[in-house]
Each structure stands twice: as C-alpha cells, then as structure tokens.
Design a protein around this ligand. Structure first.
Ligand code: CA
Length: 229
C-alpha cells in the first residue's frame, strides 16, 4: 500500500509520515503542490492525504488536475477548523473524506484503513450500460461520444462505489440499504440523506452518457440506458 502525504508544515508532515509508516504503509512525501502533481503522474498510489494550503499549487488545484486525468485514487483532505467552505469545495472537487486540523493520529489511521479497504474491492470485468463503460480494475468510467471517442467521467471514490453497485444490477431496483452497504466501509453513520446526495451527484455526472438513475419511490434506485425509452 503506497500513500502520498502532501503537507508543507514540516512538523505535521513528520508526524503523519511516522504514524503511517508505523502502521505499515509505504509513504511518500511532497511538500508543495508542484511536487505532488508530478509524483501523482508517475506512481500509482492507494491513497492521497492532501493539505489544502500549499505553496506553488494549492491542494484544490492538485485535486482538480488529478480528477481531470480520470484518476480515482482515494483522497483525504486536511483542512483548517473554521473552513467549512474549503471542505465543501474539496468534496465537490472529488475528495472522499476530510480531517479537520488539529486531528488525532489514531483517527487518521482509522480513516485511512477504511478508504483503502474500499479501494481494494474492485473486480476485473468492464461493465457496460449503453454508452457508459465502467472498469473497476482500471478504476475508471468513460463513455463514447458522438465521434466514438472515449471521454472519462471524473468520479470520487464514493461515487465510483455507488456506480459499481448500480452497474452490477442495472435494470434492477437497488435499495438504499444496498447502496449504503457499498459505502459502509467508510462511514458507518452515513444516512439515507447522504445516499440521496451521492446519487444526485452521480446522476448528473453520468447523464452525459445517456445513462440514468431513476428513483423508484419507496424502493430505491434503478440504473438504465436512457436511450432505450
Ligand atoms: Ca499548509
């Protein structure tokens, strides 16, 4: 398991690296956004721990470029206590989790374990629904546009997990409980509302492939090729 810690505060970075190394991970460190951006294009990481306030390229930009490349590596952002807007912006840009500084290293390790566990559950087969192709082993989802060119759809790890469950059961109703299960490795306290939010985001992202997630009132959700109707 290879992790990249992006943190410019030397004391905090040293603490993070020591804790994660002791927990058995191979840990690389980048002290600014430029270095992080370069490392992320060279080596496949299992998890990225990303500070937002960074010299050169800030954390938002690193995250934005990462997702624009179609990389679905799990990302945990580190934010200041008062920065609600930063957290929201980070999650919108495709972060999977966040920790508020100062945080407890034991909590960090637990969150890291949960994110990595989730990342390992992929399978090898590409799943196809209409123009949408989902590939768990390559960790990507793309669609064929009007010119038959592949266009990557940028998904957070949670959106990716939801789509995986829906793709496996396409044209069948999947209950909220089943969707919750696909995410429960992260967050046991995730509620129905959270599922609705994630489904809403996913729905918007895959609409471009003419694939829709229908809400079946009282039962759950159903993924289908929108062109069939
Ligand atoms: Ca910083």
């Amino acid at each position: 398991m290879r992790l990249l810690v992006v943190e410019d505060d030397k004391m905090l970075a040293a603490g993070l690296i020591q804790a994660l190394t002791q927990a058995g991970y191979a840990v690389d460190h980048a002290e600014n956004g430029d270095v992080a951006n370069a490392l992320l294009q060279q080596a496949p990481y299992d998890l990225l721990v990303l500070d937002l306030g960074l010299p050169k390229l800030d954390g938002f930009e690193v995250l934005k470029r990462l997702r624009n490349r179609g990389d679905t590596v799990a990302v945990m952002i580190l934010t200041a206590q008062d920065a609600v807007e930063s957290r929201v912006k980070g999650l919108d840009l495709g972060a999977d989790d966040y920790l508020i500084k100062p945080f407890n290293l034991t909590e960090l390790e637990a969150r890291v374990r949960a994110l990595i566990r989730r990342g390992k559950l992929g399978s090898n087969t590409a799943l196809i629904c209409g123009a949408l192709t989902f590939n768990a082993s390559d960790k990507n989802a793309f669609y064929s546009d009007a010119n038959n060119k592949h266009q990557v759809i940028n998904l957070s790890a949670r959106e990716f997990a939801l789509l995986e469950t829906l793709m496996h059961k396409q044209n069948k109703v999947v209950s909220k409980e089943q969707l919750l299960e696909s995410l429960c490795n992260w967050d046991n306290e995730l509620g129905d509302n959270a599922i609705e939010v994630y489904v809403h985001r996913l729905r918007k992202k895959i609409a471009v492939a003419n694939v829709q997630v229908r809400t079946i009132r009282g039962l759950g959700y159903l993924l289908e090729n929108g062109l069939k109707i």
